[in-house]
Design a protein around this ligand. Structure first.
Ligand SMILES: [Zn+2]
Length: 316
């Protein structure tokens, strides 16, 4: 069966871009934030490149592929998997590392060291993440009395990587080798009934959610007072000017924006705090009309508590 993988842009990427747009151009944290945005972008490119190779594979009729799987096991433990593949024969957990340069596995120290342009950088040992993910997925399934075989693999999507001293007992592939590996797994006998397969797909679909745990100002120790106020452009972060009731124009980049207020209200949740009030919106977004803001808050159908001026909104 031919498949198509549609990978969502990570929420963390979108959130960091929002933060970058709200920071003044000379802010000391901007370099750090740009670095993080670049790493997430590179990771996403590697994952989508890997997706194109997975799409080459001839899968059985019953397959579920979840790109960028996130689940909360309990208040302190999360599982994040680049690609999760479920069939009736196996579950496959993929960890994609879009790194270039020479990668030396220091297996005894549980570390990898990357050398690029004569510069060496220690990086996290990817099997720690993979083993934690296998354990997390097993824990979830055990609660439902399910115990399918779980396989895992580390994938390097870049053509510009040299791998040295890789552990022989683990599945490590250049992306071009991945389709054959999955094809071999597809030849394994079924271990799950049709019903159990559907149960597993449903369990993982229901718990999958890309959360932003902490407001970004908290995470980067930024005082919310430092953020730019107003209704800003999603393209460049400069102030928008309202032209008609719904249409706004960015003076800096010329982009027209229809109905930008809900997105700007979301900025407050993502960047500042998980609960906001009308006064926060008036203060940070500098919209003069309480009525306009209220209309937008109502249309966003946000969970809320309290009444009238004491209403506190949260994000779903
Ligand atoms: Zn703009």
């Amino acid at each position: 069966m031919a498949i198509e993988i549609i990978r969502p842009v990570p929420k963390s990427y979108q959130a960091l871009v929002r933060l970058r747009h709200r920071l003044p151009h000379n802010h000391e944290k901007l370099k750090d934030i740009h670095g993080k945005i670049d790493r997430i972008k590179a990771g996403y490119c590697g994952e989508t490149r890997t997706d194109r190779f997975i799409e080459e594979v001839e899968f059985p009729q019953q397959v579920k592929i979840i790109p960028d799987f996130h689940a909360k096991l309990h208040s302190k433990r999360f599982v994040q998997i680049d690609t999760l593949i479920i069939t009736r024969s196996y579950i496959l957990i993929l960890e994609v590392k879009n790194i270039v340069g020479t990668i030396d596995f220091k297996n005894y120290q549980s570390q990898i060291v990357r050398t690029l342009n004569d510069e060496t950088t220690p990086l996290g040992y990817p099997f720690i993440q993979l083993d934690r993910n296998i354990d997390g997925i097993s824990n979830i399934l055990r609660k439902y009395g399910l115990n399918p075989p779980i396989h895992s693999a580390l994938v390097f999507p870049s053509n510009n990587v040299i791998i040295e001293n890789s552990p022989k007992t683990r599945n490590i592939f250049f992306v071009k080798q991945l389709p054959l590996f999955i094809q071999r797994l597809n030849d394994l006998p079924n271990k799950l009934s049709e019903e159990s397969f559907h149960d597993i797909c449903e369990i993982f679909t229901n718990i999958n959610g890309d959360f932003i745990e902490k407001s970004l100002c908290d995470r980067f120790s930024i005082d919310p007072k430092e953020l730019k106020k107003g209704i800003i452009c999603s393209n460049c972060g400069e102030l928008l000017q309202q032209r008609t009731r719904r249409t706004w124009i960015c003076i800096a980049c010329g982009q027209a924006d229809v109905n930008p207020i809900p997105r700007n209200i979301e900025d407050l949740f993502i960047l500042i705090k998980p609960e906001i009030t009308m006064n926060d919106c008036l203060h940070y977004l500098q919209v003069k009309s309480r009525h306009t803001l209220n209309n937008n808050l109502v249309k966003m159908k946000l969970p809320k508590k309290g009444v009238r001026r004491a209403t506190v909104y949260t994000i779903k």
